[in-house]
Design a binder for this molecule. Sequence first.
Ligand SMILES: Nc1ncnc2c1ncn2[C@@H]1O[C@H](COP(=O)(O)OP(=O)(O)OP(=O)(O)O)[C@@H](O)[C@H]1O
Length: 276
Amino acid sequence: MDTVGPAKADLALTGEGADNTQALTYPRIDCKNVSVYYDDKQAVFDVSLAIHDRAVTALIGPSGCGKSTFLRCLNRMNDTIEGAKVTGDIFMEGENINSPDVDPVLLRSRVGMVFQKPNPFPKSIYDNIAYGPRIHGMVDGRDDLDAVVEKSLRRAGLWDEVKDRLTQPGTSLSGGQQQRLCIARAIAVRPEVILMDEPCSALDPIATARIEELIDELRKRYCIVIVTHSMQQAARVSQRTAFFHLGNLVEMGDTDQIFTNPRVRRTEDYITGRFG
Ligand SMILES: Nc1ncnc2c1ncn2[C@@H]1O[C@H](COP(=O)(O)OP(=O)(O)OP(=O)(O)O)[C@@H](O)[C@H]1O
């Protein structure tokens, strides 16, 4: 095994692909032996890991290593891709979300998703936020809905910028504001988990810094999983990091440990820029 550092003895107990460190908080999601296939090609291999609540978990690794594919397992988005098949178990609150009894639409309100490119609905700023709570029957009348819209926009750090233009289209906002609108939209349906797939890759450095501050604020209330190509971003925003390579989980641990004292040689080679 290609290990580095002083921790070889621990690896006898844990091994590559294991979660090496003590929990910062209790797990919100527990993944057991998750594999994903696109037709007959396997993209994710037997991944087991626990994702902690009220913390940001970063998924890092070279292009094509399966980060986004794995992320999509967490709210069954792979169900929407023809030819994709997921095996293994993913427990949330003790319930296996891969069970056929689980309604993927309801699941996606519990596990919201923010994409690479901001994708507001072609609706007003207000209706972008109001849509989810309305269709899920989560509000009782207009005052209640107004309160949810305001609270969600406040939590996403956007309220002050949009409170006087709620009827304007969501698409009239800047890219960074649109991404915060999408985060507010995810928050509005009271999710437990927020998945983010490279949420800053379409944004400039100032808008990126704003989203990173927001992620840091949101982690006090939510379980957040973020895919990022930027190791600096992973180091800045996450408390836990999982390193993927060729569809395998190589190593997972507290972010400080992964970046300063990785246990597996491949992790060190990746974070020091020797490949990727
Ligand atoms: N819809 C799909 N159909 C077939 N193969 C796919 C599909 N999506 C991804 N793959 C393949 O699965 C593997 C993992 O891709 P994935 O997008 O999950 O990697 P990634 O680590 O997120 O990459 P990147 O950092 O470039 O976004 C790759 O080989 C990719 O070509």
